[in-house]
Design a protein around this ligand. Structure first.
Ligand code: CA
Length: 229
């Protein structure tokens, strides 16, 4: 899951970026409205944290422009405590939720998880797929109750597929959502990671659809050794 943080306060931007990274997300950040708007318009984010008081272009304007251009990613706005009217303006401009400053990072993380789940049509913080269970709060994965240790990239890959369970996800889409903008992207490496992930899970929940991409599907849950690829 790839998140954009638009916040002009460098300390706050760092706190949010670090917390998101620690929780298994890929993060891009911008310190002003123009750069933030550009990134949100051109890169495929799974969610955005958008401060409203920004230099160059204010957050409301940024949000209005995205929505007008048909950008539908979930947006969490950050508002100042004494500016209740900002919340109303922000929600009217197309924000999905808001957090009032000062906030606890945990609250922002919880709201981001909720927005990601909601946009994927999932109602609980645990995502299940056959014997696989992903606790998105703790970034923990189990198969039939047994913990599976994944690297952060493997976790991101699995979490992305799980949020889009039952749908074919192309390699290009995975690359765009698993790496930040500065990463040297090579869609061939995705295949390697999928292979490793399958081996670690020990069950074949991830189907390969030649030329199309991958699909997490519980109907394919057989022991990996017997499964066809
Ligand atoms: Ca600000």
């Amino acid at each position: 899951m790839r998140i954009l943080v638009v916040e002009d306060d460098p300390d706050l931007r760092r706190v949010l970026t670090d917390a998101l990274k620690d929780n298994g997300y890929v993060v891009d950040s911008a310190g002003d409205g123009v750069e933030g708007h550009y990134l949100g318009e051109n890169e495929p984010y799974d969610a955005v944290i958008l401060d409203l008081g920004l230099p160059e272009m204010d957050g409301i304007k940024v949000l209005e422009k995205w929505r007008k251009a048909g950008r539908t990613m979930p947006v969490l706005i950050l508002t100042a405590r004494d500016r209740w009217s900002d919340k109303v303006k922000g929600l009217d401009a197309g924000a999905d939720d808001y957090v009032v400053k000062p906030f606890f990072t945990e609250e922002v993380l919880a709201r981001i998880r909720t927005l990601l789940r909601r946009s994927a049509g999932i109602s609980t913080s645990d995502i299940e797929c056959g014997p696989l269970r992903i606790d998105t709060r703790a970034a923990r994965v189990t198969v039939e109750g047994n913990p599976v240790k994944l690297t952060s990239l493997e976790y991101r890959l699995l979490a992305y597929l799980a949020h889009h369970k039952g749908r074919v996800v192309s390699r290009t889409e995975l690359v765009e959502h698993l790496y930040d903008q500065d990463f040297d992207r090579d869609s061939n490496t995705i295949e390697v990671f999928v292979g490793r992930l399958r081996k670690k899970l020990g069950i074949s929940l991830i189907q390969t659809l030649r030329g199309l991409g991958y699909k997490l599907d519980e109907s394919a849950a057989e022991p990996e050794a017997n499964a066809a690829h």
